[in-house]
Ligand binder design. Structure first.
Ligand code: NAD
Length: 474
């Protein structure tokens, strides 16, 4: 067995793991990054955020082209060449993963392609194609990610069944697609397939799409999805799946849902589970909670002082940017710097069309926690840029401390919301008030003005919306 030692070993090379490894190298540490893929990237780059966004971009172009008929420009229906589309998506993935690999090599991060097993609190064994390597470390960062939840009742051994990974491979454009789960993945991939021509039906077991997200934001998207999808079944469960000669028959239970339906394909997207069944974890004192997340402290240190955990395996929300932020905290802690993971706002974006994005405190959370907030909303129907691009259905809102006007949260539904939310995150993190936001000059005509005008709504002085303030404000 080969033997190499390292100061920091990082297990898992997704946006958490590679960010940790590269930052550690930037701080002068000797680092080994371990993953089974040829290059770093993880689920996000290979089978998640990135390929889905490439496909959603194509869906958006198709949608715009169809919509253009309203402006007097009629295009023919698109002829979709699936091989070229898959190649485009794969090219995006290859470019990014090889680029990320390259910047790792430039930093002299040692990349071990293989499967790691913990052999104790200070050592790993890595099985590579060339044999096993023993890897003693001073510190290890576990960044092993998550996998799609499998529900036995929804697990049918059939080529017609899809999960988020196989759906991104775009095996075909099925005539009909049943999407189980009205969350991020179900709605994003449902949008791709519906735009390419599938009749998409969505089943969501809770009373609304995107549970937990403020309803006024979801409503903006839902209106659009009701036109794009054939059917949205809320408060509904799939109770049975059975393969027949022409498809999969799904049995439903829920208000207003049909008894059953036949679908070409079924995509199950009902959440993700942490990959905490790390081989050899039992040789350490690392603890796993009831939901399967590795328990960590504010620096992302586990109960085993030499081992840290970040990203999906270390808790919600399971988002790449939360993982890469935790990566810096953990490495700072290893370097002996002062660091703690205590963001006020972690942005979340659903990349549908329109997009939904939010950060900080939501109105729903404020009500649950009894926080006295006032939300100031600016409808995009009064937003010049939204009108010029014929996307007036959006909404921007600030969730403000009623007395001080401090921005506690921001929610946006509309085209490009995912780009706009960054300003909201900065406002929340910097403790900005509605006054700060209205005094900040925003470029005209842009969608970003909706943030400034929402702040003006709080004062009853929005130029483009006549809505007197609820009380006198300075
Ligand atoms: P999710 O938690 O967003 O949504 C799952 C949905 O399935 C929920 O609405 C839930 O109520 C519903 N559900 C659960 N069991 C069901 C059942 N038996 N029948 C019908 N509905 C059922 O999960 P996801 O869409 O699988 O995504 C997983 C995670 O991946 C997300 O939580 C997110 O962290 C991440 N993700 C993020 C993005 C993004 O940032 N844009 C995109 C995709 C995935």
């Amino acid at each position: 067995m080969a033997r190499e030692s390292t100061r920091v070993a990082v297990l898992g090379a997704g946006p958490g793991g590679y960010a940790a490894a590269y930052y550690a190298a930037d701080l002068g540490m000797q680092v080994t990054l371990i993953d089974e893929e040829k290059n770093p990237g993880g689920v996000c780059l290979y089978r998640g955020c990135i390929p889905s966004k490439a496909l959603l971009h194509v869906a958006r172009v198709i949608d715009e082209a169809r919509h253009a008929v309203r402006w007097g420009v009629a295009f023919a229906e698109p002829a979709v060449d699936l091989d070229t589309l898959r190649a485009y998506k794969q090219g995006v993935v290859d470019k990014l993963t090889s680029g990320v690999g390259q910047v790792g090599r430039l930093r002299r991060v040692k990349y071990l392609q293989g499967r790691g097993t913990l052999t104790g609190p200070r050592s790993l064994a890595v099985a590579t194609s060339g044999g096993e390597t023993e890897l003693p470390f001073e510190h290890c960062v576990l960044a092993t990610g998550s996998h799609p939840t499998r529900i036995p009742a929804l697990s049918l051994d059939s080529a017609r069944m899809l999960d988020s990974t196989s759906a991104l491979e775009l095996p075909d454009v099925p005539t009909s697609l049943l999407v189980v789960g009205g969350g991020y993945i179900g709605l994003e991939l449902g949008t791709v397939y519906a735009t390419l021509g599938s009749a998409v039906s969505v089943v969501e077991m809770t009373p609304g799409l995107l549970p937990g997200v403020d309803r006024d934001l979801v409503n903006v998207l839902q209106k659009r999805l009701e036109k794009l999808f054939s059917r949205i079944m809320l408060n509904t469960k799939v109770v049975k799946l059975a393969e027949e000669a022409d498809g999969i028959r799904a049995g439903f239970e829920g208000e207003g849902a049909p008894k059953d339906g036949l679908f070409d394909r079924v995509l199950v997207a009902v959440g993700r589970r942490p990959n905490s069944k790390i081989p050899g974890l039992e040789t350490t004192r690392v603890r796993v909670d009831a939901k399967g997340f590795i328990e960590t402290d504010g620096q992302r240190r586990t109960a085993e002082p030499s081992i840290f955990a970040i990203g999906d395996v270390a808790g919600e929300p399971m988002l790449a940017h939360k993982a890469s932020h935790e990566a810096r905290v953990a490495i700072d802690a290893i370097a002996g710097r002062k660091a703690v993971f205590e963001p006020l706002a972690i942005p979340a974006v659903v990349f549908t069309e329109p997009e939904i994005a939010w950060c900080g405190l939501t109105e729903t959370q404020a009500a649950e926690r009894g926080v006295d907030v006032e939300s100031a909303k600016f409808p995009w129907g009064a937003l010049s840029r939204a009108i010029t691009v014929d996307r007036p259905e959006g909404l921007t809102k600030l969730v403000l401390d009623r007395r001080s006007g401090r921005v506690l949260g921001v929610g946006i539904a509309g085209s490009g919301a995912g780009e706009l939310i960054a300003e909201g995150v900065l406002a929340v993190e910097m403790g900005a008030t509605a006054e700060d936001m209205r005094l900040t000059i925003h470029p005209h005509p842009t969608l970003s003005e909706s943030l400034m005008e929402s702040a003006e709504v709080f004062f009853g002085q929005s130029t483009h919306v006549y809505k007197p303030a609820k009380g006198l404000r300075p």
